[in-house]
Design a protein around this ligand. Structure first.
Ligand code: PDD
Length: 282
């Protein structure tokens, strides 16, 4: 089943026009929302970010957020999704191809669900990453459909048999190609501040909250490649990767080469939040 605007359809019934601006220009926004045991995680935060992204590029949501949340819940039920994700995208709609905005755009909203297993093995044993130049535009805070820079960096990681590309702009580590990055040095967590150079991740904010409630020192401060490689622990975070340790970067071992104690603690606390969602009654 697919949510198109505010109605559910079979996938074969849904057709998107070739002049949809999402298709031609990547002129739209999206969200990926995790579902655990049929219940969404951080729906309010995802909807807040979706509204913000829409506002930043002057896309009008086709109907109110409250109704959208209801429709997304209907979609989860209709697809009988237990563990997986909801993908939603909203584009500036269909119009004869021209770069500037149409005068009365009618946004296209599409959402579907997908089963996804939690990356338990990676969360326990870690992943390898490369560093590469952050070649993206200067509004990475908008969750835009334009992901070409991210795609090219992720492909570079894949070709190096790695899971993630950690992006570096100038001397600064910004984020991963589809994740936020944290380092831990002598007990202190560092992550890039939430500005136009990164996407302000929902998982990132969960970790900041956990760190604060556990009295772990945390600095939302930029750090460089040297600090990254010299860190005791490095983690990447996202809706689908959750909290995944990076144990190898550019063939250089990070810390002990295994998941570190602070990573483990953050994962444990994050898991408690997941369990709360899994056991919720509605
Ligand atoms: N990616 N930074 C970038 C560039 C991302 O694409 C993502 C998420 C994140 C983490 O954000 P969050 O914790 O809200 O998922 C950071 C999603 C999952 C994707 O594109 O599939």
């Amino acid at each position: 089943m697919i949510l198109l605007q505010d109605k559910l359809f079979q996938r074969s019934e849904v057709h998107i026009d070739i002049e949809d601006r999402g298709f031609q220009f990547g002129d739209g926004i999206y969200e990926v929302i995790r579902v655990y045991n049929g219940k969404s995680f951080g729906m309010a935060e995802h909807m807040e970010r979706l509204e913000r992204s829409a506002k930043e590029i002057q896309i009008h949501l086709p109907y109110p957020i409250e109704l959208l949340v209801e429709r997304l819940n209907d979609l989860v039920r209709a697809t009988n999704l237990k563990d997986g994700q909801i993908y939603i995208q909203i584009t500036r709609g269909v119009f004869e191809r021209m770069h500037h905005f149409p005068i009365h755009p009618q946004s296209t909203l599409v959402a579907y669900t997908k089963e996804t297993v939690r990356p338990i093995d990676k969360m326990e044993n870690g992943i390898s990453a490369i560093t590469t130049e952050d070649i993206r535009w200067l509004r990475c805070d908008i969750k835009s459909l334009n992901l070409l820079g991210n795609v090219l960096c992720k492909q570079q990681a894949k070709e190096a048999n790695c899971e993630e590309a950690i992006l570096i702009r100038g001397n600064t580590v910004t984020e991963g190609s589809s994740t936020n990055v944290f380092i831990i040095k002598e007990g202190t967590l560092f992550t890039h501040p939430a500005n136009n150079y990164i996407l302000n991740g929902i998982t990132r904010n969960e970790i900041i909250q956990i760190a604060k409630s556990e009295y772990l020192p945390i600095k939302e401060e930029a750090f460089d490649k040297e600090m990254l490689l010299d860190a005791d622990e490095v983690i990447v975070t996202s809706t689908t990767m959750e909290i995944t340790p990076v144990t190898m970067i550019n063939d250089h071992q990070i810390g002990s080469g295994e998941r570190g104690p602070i990573t483990k603690k953050l994962q444990m606390k994050f898991n408690e939040k997941v369990e709360e969602v899994q056991n919720a009654t509605n």
